[in-house]
Design a protein around this ligand. Structure first.
Ligand code: FES
Length: 260
């Protein structure tokens, strides 16, 4: 049995060496070692974790979505050789480091309530009856340390415990639902699912309404722009591009507008 195991290790080492050589020939750059699911690969140091996995030969069909840091599908956890700290990041945004040991978490099971937001009241009672576990939060901050978006998850959970739906919605606004907070929570909360309930309640019932938006919607419904839209639909691509480029736009923030 031991002999078999040693042969396996030798095979793996040989295969790794082949990959190292092939990688070096292809890239012509200095490569660094990373460990993906326990196996060593040499990859260019400029790649994100996601691109490094693809460079190493993995085809990603889970744990990948927008590739732009928005969908939360690529939650990844890693350690670096000699460093006991557990790190978290998005595979599509985090650049590889030498001797990084990484594993993706394509899905994390979490409690998710079913509700019809149109039938709910925007109150703390709704929050507590839909997710009673919100009151179990220990305030330890493990969730905040795990968040790749640098959201203060502990603070928004504290807002939830106070029944402050507006603050919970505001503080959690950048959440991309990757689930890393839930993975680390000793109170077994699914913070991101609780926070999206707060954002839904806020958006539907509490956020100030835009009078101008409402007026514009009424104008659209009344057909005030139908003729202009019909005209645009008849234009050639070139004419559309030229009209788009000649449109009135607001000056970029911080830019100086020259007076005539
Ligand atoms: S793939 Fe969407 S956040 Fe990384």
């Amino acid at each position: 049995m031991e002999t078999e195991k040693q042969l396996d290790v030798a095979d793996v080492d040989r295969a790794s060496a082949d990959i190292d050589r092939a990688s070096a020939e292809v890239s012509g750059t200095d490569l660094i070692p990373v460990y993906i699911m326990g196996k060593r690969y040499m990859v260019p140091p400029s790649l994100t974790i996601m691109k490094a996995m693809e460079w190493a030969g993995y085809t990603l069909i889970r744990g990948v979505g927008c590739r732009g840091g928005f969908c939360g599908a690529c939650a990844t956890t890693y350690r670096v050789l000699g460093d006991p700290k557990l790190y978290f990041g998005l595979a599509c945004q985090t650049v590889v480091r030498t001797n990084m040991y990484l594993a993706q978490i394509p899905f994390f099971p979490a409690q998710r309530a079913t509700y019809d937001v149109t039938q709910l009241d925007p109150t703390s009672a709704t929050l507590f009856s839909t997710y009673p576990e919100v009151l179990r939060c220990l305030g330890c901050g493990a969730c905040t340390k795990a968040c790749p978006q640098e959201i203060d998850v502990r603070s928004y959970m504290a807002a939830g415990m106070r029944g402050d739906i507006a603050a919970m919605a505001d503080l959690s606004f950048d959440c991309i639902m990757c689930g890393l907070c839930a993975a680390r929570c000793p109170a077994e909360e699914a913070q991101y699912n609780i926070a999206i309930l707060a954002r839904r309640l806020y958006g539907r019932y509490l956020a100030p309404r835009s009078k101008h938006l409402q007026e514009r919607l009424e104008e659209i419904k009344a057909g005030e722009f139908d003729a202009q839209l019909a005209e645009l639909k008849e234009l050639s691509e070139e004419e559309l591009i030229s009209r788009y480029q000649a449109r009135d736009i607001e000056p970029a923030e911080g830019s100086v507008v020259e007076e005539d």
